[in-house]
Design a protein around this ligand. Structure first.
Ligand SMILES: [Mg+2]
Length: 236
């Protein structure tokens, strides 16, 4: 029986990756004199992967990685005006209004009537706090966990904080790697709701459990209350 429903933020409750995709496109145009789009994309990804341990997830780290990549692919000749342009994109992403996915507001409202809700999101602390505050959903959550990495240790800590065992914990999110796999490994339940685009570093294969149904995939968050009700023996 599911008692606590935990939700991911970026690309589960509100749009995020689509702004990154847009910025990638602008970055390719800006650096076109220095690099082919595919090679540039690969180099940026390598730089981001290397920098994750230092910068963590989020827009600020991404912005610094774009600047580092621009310097590298231009052989150190990229102009201050282009660096300023990249910085401006980063600020624009950080200041962008929180844009909820379709159906999120009513779904969270419905779930909050029957279940304890937790928000588990990773990235820049300051940016995530600001997004939670601007989402208009903060009051619906009993606990908001802004974390550096979504791994087993993190989920164990979240479960301990709200006092729920894995068997009564359901995590919902768009990333198989971050929202599904670690929770399933701990013995919990997880629902994958794919976003239309997935960051390369978040790609993973949906796990299969051999001890009954603990993993689900839904197309739309509006399908969630019915599934949660079914798992909890309550009505949606
Ligand atoms: Mg996400």
């Amino acid at each position: 029986m599911v008692e606590v429903v935990a939700l991911d933020g970026d690309d589960t409750l509100w749009h995020s990756e689509s702004y990154f995709t847009l910025t990638h496109r602008r970055f390719a145009e800006l650096l076109a004199p220095h690099a082919e789009p595919d090679a540039l994309e690969q180099q940026l990804l390598d730089v981001e992967r290397r920098n994750l341990a230092l910068f963590g997830y989020g827009v600020k780290g991404f912005t610094l990685s774009m600047i580092e990549t621009a310097i590298a692919v231009s052989g150190g000749t990229v102009g201050a005006d282009d660096i300023a342009t990249i910085l401006a994109w980063g600020k624009e992403m950080l200041a962008h209004p929180v844009d909820l996915l379709d159906g999120v507001a009513e779904t969270v409202e419905a779930l909050a009537r029957s279940h304890r809700l937790v928000l588990v999101t990773k990235g820049d602390l300051f940016h995530q706090e600001s997004k939670v505050a601007r989402s208009g959903l903060a009051d619906r959550f009993e606990h908001v966990a802004i974390v550096a990495e979504k791994d087993g240790a993190t989920y164990r800590r979240v479960m301990a904080t709200v006092g729920v065992p894995p068997e009564r914990f359901l995590m919902v999110g768009n990333s198989v790697r971050s929202d599904v796999v670690p929770v399933i490994d701990l013995g919990g339940h997880a629902v994958h709701i794919p976003y239309h685009t997935t960051w390369e570093l978040e790609r993973a294969v949906l796990p299969v459990t051999d001890d009954g149904d603990r993993v689900w995939e839904l197309e739309d968050i509006r399908q969630l209350p019915a599934l949660v009700a079914e798992l909890s023996g309550t009505r949606p």
